[in-house]
Design a protein around this ligand. Structure first.
Ligand code: I3P
Length: 126
């Protein structure tokens, strides 16, 4: 049966394309593999879509799920030492998932860093 999500979860704060590499899952290191991801930030989560926005929208009808990251208790920090690329930051979730996000374009990555940091800081601390 259909469940109606709370309104706040429907409020998209920012969306766009970034380079993404998941480097740990539940604390277990993964082989780094950069790919372009369509990223949707709402107040308490980030969704990573492997495909383009167009494709993602049509896939929603078939129930193809994006990777969803709970921002509650998450950390965000610049991660210069984790990549040879410029403009890389890391998100670490409470469950021990680690993601690197990157863009060559300075203002794009700065906007994303601050948007995600603000979302995390607005969530209750405990
Ligand atoms: C990795 C790939 C990544 C690179 C990573 C390499 O090799 O070249 O792009 O990360 O460097 O190990 P492979 O494809 O063989 O797994 P950056 O682009 O972020 O530097 P790393 O091992 O120093 O993280």
């Amino acid at each position: 049966k259909d469940v109606i999500p709370p309104l706040e979860q429907l409020m998209v704060e920012k969306e766009g394309y970034l380079q993404k590499a998941k480097i740990a899952d539940g604390g277990k290191k993964l082989r780094k593999n950069w790919s372009t991801s369509w990223i949707v930030l709402s107040s308490r989560k980030i969704e990573f879509y492997k495909e383009s926005k167009q494709q993602a929208l049509s896939n929603m009808k078939t129930g193809n799920k994006p990777e969803s990251v709970d921002l509650y208790g998450a950390h965000i920090e610049w991660a210069k030492e984790k990549s040879s690329r410029k403009n890389v930051f890391q998100i670490t979730t409470l469950s021990g998932n680690e993601f690197l996000l990157q863009s060559d374009i300075d203002f794009i990555i700065l906007d994303w860093f601050h948007a995600i940091k603000n979302a995390i800081d607005r969530l209750p601390k405990d």
